[in-house]
Design a protein around this ligand. Sequence first.
Ligand code: NAP
Length: 250
Amino acid sequence: MGTLEGQSALVTGGGRGIGEAIARRLAREGARVTVTGRTREELDAVASAVGGHCLVADLADRDSVLALARDLGAVDVLVNNAGVAESAPLADTTDALWDRALAVNVTACFVLCRALVPGMVARGRGRVVNVASNAGLTGYAYTSAYCASKHALVGLTRALALETARSGVTINAVCPGWVNTRMTDEAVARIARTTGRDEASARRALEAMSPQRRLLEPEEVAEAVAYLCHPDARGVHGQALCLDGGQVLA
Ligand code: NAP
């Protein structure tokens, strides 16, 4: 029997990439998984693969997040995974870029926590895992909005962990380095465009940022999320679990 049998899980951004891997991994543990995002075809495909449900929502839009929270029943496992990662030098970081990063990467997580964590606390059990980034632990050039949003998400995680510490609910973050997903493909294309390198060399430059000289696979992040959702991980609380091959140490 899986460790999440009989529990419901919401995975934001569950239609592809890291979120899809998390949805599949939690379903293997027996969770009834709901995935959310904007792209219905991707969500339908994952929902039907895991025997779960999907709800379309734009997490950049506060009303859409509030409607999503209202449409959900009780949720035992909340994985705030959806994210955007546009980069630009400071002078080219527009208000719109900044607002999108903060809205999706942290405000939506806050709104979903505010809607769903009280129910977990009342039931005396629950898991929240926020997919932050190692950019939530250190700074990177040309990514001020992304770094600020991910630092905020780590801060939200730590504050809520203290607030819920005696409830049976745990709240943690995972902080990956570069992961082999569309988000990284887009970063590779952007680096190639702005530096004149070819894409293969831009990808090698990202791999070289890790002391392990490689990108992570989405399944590695999903495994860490599954660990944090395991009943035996109940003492792991308020942590920002870094999965980046040692990059933040280098
Ligand atoms: P991805 O393949 O681009 O997936 C991003 C997901 O977020 C998609 O499912 C997308 O769905 C959803 N999303 C984006 N904007 C949304 C919005 N406005 N409303 C609802 N959903 C939205 O990226 P990924 O690599 O899997 O990233 C997942 C998470 O990991 C993000 O929080 C990212 O910051 C974090 N992370 C990624 C890396 C990396 O190297 N890839 C490293 C560290 C952390 P729709 O487009 O359908 O809306």
